[in-house]
Every structure is written in structure tokens, then in C-alpha cells.
Design a protein around this ligand. Structure first.
Ligand code: NPW
Ligand code: ADP
Ligand code: K
Length: 516
């Protein structure tokens, strides 16, 4: 699991190490890793080391110090290094080291003014920009004059025929370090070299999209971080998903593997039921019982004759895909299944139409799977004044609000899918491809999720009693598999939801065989 710690936790873990080591030892170590990344990126671009020009964007804190020490190292390796000092005062020892190593130093700040024209002239000379304006010590979005400077650099980057390589130090300056918000301008990075552990803002949308590839520099703080406050954001890896995946043993039969009850599809949207079924069967559900009208039922049986129509005992429910909550008969079927699930303490995944049919409070064994528009509607139904754009701008805040308002675990779909319950960190999965943004794709996810809930129903019940977050991890696992199925189905081009569902068994097989 990739664990992300907020700024305060990193600072608390650093404190005793800083007190026990010589001045700047940790920073020099961090800078060494940063310099190595810059050299590696240049090599990957086919650039020659002598003659390559690197621009350091240096702010007034230790983040700027990291860049200056790294710049010193790069200058000693034959690179031309320009330091644009964007704060009135910068880390003094790091600056002295940079100067004596041959870094060209350009003080650009005078009081509240920053010489943006001079900055752009330096920027045009450099093939690599190192963004070290602010790191975890920053509060809020970048203030002027740094905000204006970043806007100008971003315009320059877009206009430049040879787009510079941007390496962010610790975080892209100006992101919401702890929540992934974008309160102001931010220079998008190709690579972020982050110290000790990822920060939540590197995993969470919308900021995560500006962080590029993330490289974590081990500064020996892992034990201290693990002993402190728990991570606030996390991302499951393929190995985590494989550990959670229910793999049948010799003693299993279809009932022990889990039966999923599916209330999805309608005469108007019959395909949603087929896609959810395909997702669930592809994910290896023991049995699927379908409850719905004749049109989707006939389609499902034609496509998947292994499906069992009609009611019976189940271990989990998947509800709502392809159901209009205004259609009285289908709404009644969803409500009935939900009431049964709640009475029997069974896990439920509630999607699409079911999201408008929920009781006020739900148990933590319920997983809601809205997209941003549906999350906004869910919150509005509980008295919050919020629209889709606001959810997209601050997805974590609104996800948490939905968890608080319902008591359920919530999976917010998007390019990065977020999953959080009443306990534990938010899981941020970015395993898919934009080709997944296609009608019916979410129905496949509902099926995959339902299969997982049915397969893990007993563990889920006891985990929920203990106040665990297994349901969120299962939701994240489903998102990971769904994302990978999208990538596999797409192969870089278009794929329909049917193709995504077809790719699911291969993805699961690779996971449990241990492929990365
Ligand atoms: N601790 C260590 O030894 C190690 C730490 N490490 C590194 O240190 C970094 C943390 O350093 P840090 O704590 O000095 O803060 P940092 O992120 O540079 O920001 C402070 C500067 O930003 C400014 N500023 C703040 N908010 C702003 C805003 N909204 N808009 C504009 N400016 C704003 C603020 O100015 P002020 O607000 O005081 O006027 C000040 O000048 C960390 O991310 C990692 O890179 C590594 O070297 C490993 C060892
Ligand atoms: N830009 C994107 N990149 C990757 N995945 C995406 C993107 N946009 C949407 N998705 C994924 O596609 C699926 C869309 O689901 P949903 O909005 O419910 O569609 P539908 O209701 O048509 O099935 C979700 O799993 C979501 O995470
Ligand atoms: K930075």
C-alpha cells in the first residue's frame, strides 16, 4: 500500500532526526536524490550532461534549500545551473554551497516585487525547471508575487517549442498538500521527487494530476511515520488487491464463494443489467441471482445462461444501475432489496438510481458508488448546497461530507476514484484510462464490486464490527481491477463497456498470479 502522510506527520517524524543529525544532513541527502533524478531524466531525454541547463526556482524555505544543494551537485557534474531566487531571503548555507559549486545565482526579488521578465529569460535558457518555491511548509495557495510568476512560467511552458522538463521538489508548489486542492496556480510537473513519503495531495485529485510520476526519497523516517498518526490517504497496489481478492480453495462451492443479488436494469436501460452481470461473473462471483423485468432478464439469460433469475438467499446485493428512481416498480424493488440487506446485515453496493432511494442513515456495510454529479445530488438531498463542479474542485471534502451525512462508505468515481468510509484513510485509485469514460462503464464496476462483497461478506461483517475499513479497501480493489480492465481493453484506443467487462478475468488472473 502506498501511504501518504500529511505535512504535520512528516514534520513530527523529522523533528527528532533533525535534532540528532548535523545541520542540513537530511536536506543534503534529499538533494542528492533530487540531483540523481534530474540526471536520470536528462539521460532518458537523450540530453548531453555538459551543456544541459537547469533552472532552480528557489523559494524562501527548506524546499528551496533542497534545490540549491541539488543544484550544487549538478553544477559539479558539469551542468549549467541557474538559481532564480524568488524570495527575499533563501536558505543561506545551501546558497553558499551552490555559489561555490558554480551555480549562477540570480536574485529576482525586491520587496514585494519579483522580476518576472528576468525569470522568463532564465527559463528560456533551461531545459529543466526545478520547482522549489514551496513544499510542506506552505499554507494555502501561492501568494503574489509567486502566483504571478508561476502563471507566467506556465504560459511560457505551453508556448515553448521544446517543452521544459519540470521536476517538483517534494510537491508541486501551491497544491493543497494535505487535501489535493488547487487553490491557485501550479506548475504541472513531469516528476515529483517527494521526501520520506508521499503527501496526500500527490494522490488526491485534482492536484494529483499535476504531480506527474512520483519518486519517494527514503530518508529513514519510515519507522517514525508508522509509529505516529496513521496515514490519511492511501493507494492500493496490485499486490494489495491480490491479497484482498477472494480466491477459491478446494473446499469451496458456489455458495461459500458468495451469491450476489442484482437489482439493476429496466425496460428503458436493459443493458446496465447485462453489464453489471458481466462484471460480476468476470470477477468470479459464485452465483448471481437477477431480480428484474423480462426485457433485461431475457438479455442476461441469452448472454450469461449461468445467471439464476428470481429471488433466493444471497450474501451481498448490487443495486441501482440502469434504474430510474422515478419508475415506481423498479424503485420498489431496490427499496425491498435494501430493506432485506439491512435486516440481514448484508453488504450492499448502491449505484445510480439506488442513490436516490436510500434511507437517511446507512450502516458502514453499505458502499455507495456515485460519480461527481450523483454525489452532489446525494449531498443536496441531505441539505448541502453543492453542485457537480464544486465536487470536482474539492472531491475529498465532499466525499467526507457524504460519508458523514450517510454513515456509509462512499466510492466517488472519476479519473482518480476515491473511496472512504467512517474509519481509515481515503483510498485514491488511478489505475484506469480516460477511455473508461464511456456509457455503461460504471455498471461493470458495480458488478465487480458486488462480486467482491459477496465473496468477502463474512470478513466484512466482522471487520465492520471492529470499526475497520475493509469495505473501503474492497471498493478500492474493485476500482483497481476495473481501471486495469479498461487499460487492457483499450490498449491505447477506444473500448466499450462490454470490452471492459470481457477484460476483467484476465486482469484478476494476472493479479493473483502476482504480476505487478
Ligand atoms: N525539515 C527538513 O530538514 C527537511 C525538509 N525538507 C524540505 O523542506 C520543505 C519544508 O520546508 P519549510 O518548512 O521550510 O517550508 P517550505 O515548504 O519551503 O515553505 C516555506 C516558504 O514558503 C513561503 N510560503 C509559505 N506559504 C506560502 C504561500 N501560500 N505563498 C507563497 N509563499 C509561501 C514561506 O514564506 P513566508 O510565508 O514565511 O513569508 C517560506 O519562504 C519540505 O517540503 C522539503 O522540501 C527536506 O529537505 C528534508 C529535510
Ligand atoms: N477520465 C477518466 N479516466 C479514467 N477513468 C474514468 C474517467 N472518467 C470516468 N472514468 C471511470 O469510468 C466509470 C464511469 O462510470 P459512470 O459515470 O457510472 O458511467 P455509467 O453510468 O455510464 O456506467 C467510472 O468507473 C469512472 O471511474
Ligand atoms: K515544490
Amino acid at each position: 500500500m502506498i501511504r501518504a502522510y500529511p505535512a504535520a506527520a512528516i514534520q513530527a517524524a523529522e523533528e527528532p532526526v533533525l535534532a540528532a543529525t548535523p545541520a542540513d544532513a537530511l536536506m543534503v541527502q534529499a538533494a542528492g536524490a533530487l540531483a540523481t533524478t534530474v540526471l536520470r531524466e536528462l539521460r532518458a531525454l537523450g540530453a548531453r550532461r555538459p551543456g544541459s541547463v537547469v533552472l532552480l526556482l528557489v523559494g524562501g524555505g527548506n524546499n528551496g534549500g533542497d534545490a540549491l544543494y541539488a543544484g550544487a551537485r549538478l553544477a559539479r557534474r558539469g551542468l549549467v545551473v541557474l538559481a532564480a531566487l524568488c524570495a527575499g531571503t533563501v536558505h543561506e548555507r545551501a546558497l553558499a554551497t551552490a555559489r561555490s559549486a558554480g551555480v549562477e545565482v540570480h536574485p529576482l526579488r525586491s520587496g514585494a516585487e519579483l522580476d518576472v521578465l528576468a525569470l522568463l529569460t532564465l527559463a528560456r535558457r533551461a531545459g529543466v525547471w526545478v520547482d522549489a518555491l514551496t513544499g510542506i511548509g506552505a499554507a494555502g495557495g501561492l501568494r503574489e508575487p509567486l502566483a504571478g510568476a508561476v502563471r507566467a512560467l506556465d504560459d511560457e511552458r505551453l508556448a515553448s517549442p521544446d517543452e521544459p522538463l519540470v521536476v517538483a521538489v517534494d510537491v508541486p508548489s501551491g497544491i493543497g498538500v494535505d487535501d489535493g486542492a488547487l487553490p491557485g496556480p501550479v506548475l504541472p510537473a513531469h516528476v515529483t521527487v517527494t521526501m520520506s513519503a508521499p503527501k496526500p495531495g500527490l494522490l488526491l485529485p485534482p492536484a494529483a494530476a499535476l504531480a506527474g510520476r512520483i519518486e519517494v526519497v527514503d530518508l529513514g523516517l519510515d519507522a517514525a511515520l508508522a509509529a505516529g498518526a496513521p496515514e490519511t490517504a492511501a493507494r492500493l497496489t496490485a499486490a494489495d488487491a491480490a491479497d484482498l481478492w477472494p480466491v477459491p480453495g478446494a473446499a469451496d462451492h458456489k455458495y461459500t464463494r458468495g451469491v450476489l443479488g442484482l437489482v439493476a436494469g429496466s425496460a428503458r436501460y436493459p443493458g446496465a443489467a447485462v453489464l453489471a452481470t458481466s462484471g460480476a461473473l468476470g470477477a468470479g462471483v459464485g452465483m448471481l441471482r437477477y431480480l428484474g423485468p423480462p426485457e433485461p432478464a431475457a438479455l442476461i439469460t441469452a448472454r450469461h445462461p449461468e445467471t439464476v433469475p428470481g429471488p433466493g438467499r444471497v450474501q451481498a446485493w448490487a443495486l441501482g444501475s440502469g434504474i430510474d428512481p422515478a419508475a415506481a416498480d423498479r424503485a420498489a424493488a431496490v427499496r425491498e432489496a435494501l430493506a432485506q440487506a439491512l435486516a440481514e446485515d448484508l453488504p450492499v453496493v448502491a449505484d445510480a438510481g439506488a442513490l436516490a432511494l436510500l434511507p437517511e442513515r446507512l450502516p458502514a456495510t453499505t458502499l455507495l458508488t456515485p460519480h461527481a454529479g450523483e454525489l452532489a445530488a446525494l449531498l443536496r438531498s441531505r441539505g448541502h448546497d453543492v453542485d457537480r463542479a464544486q465536487v470536482e474542485a474539492e472531491p475529498l471534502r465532499h466525499l467526507r461530507a457524504a460519508v458523514d451525512a450517510t454513515g456509509a462508505t462512499v466510492l466517488l468515481k472519476g479519473a482518480t476514484t476515491l473511496v472512504a468510509g467512517p474509519h481509515g484513510p481515503v483510498h485514491a485509485q488511478a489505475d484506469g484510462t480516460p477511455w473508461l469514460a464511456t456509457a455503461g462503464s460504471g455498471d461493470v464496476l458495480t458488478g465487480i464490486t458486488g462480486a467482491l462483497l459477496a465473496g468477502c461478506a463474512a470478513e466484512l461483517r466482522s471487520d465492520t464490527r471492529r470499526g475497520g475499513d475493509l469495505l473501503a479497501r474492497l471498493g478500492a480493489t474493485a476500482a483497481l481491477v476495473h481501471g486495469r480492465a479498461g487499460v487492457r481493453a483499450s490498449g491505447g484506443g477506444p473500448a466499450g463497456a462490454t470490452d471492459v467487462a470481457r477484460a476483467v478475468p484476465g486482469v484478476v488472473r494476472e493479479l493473483i498470479e502476482g504480476e505487478p
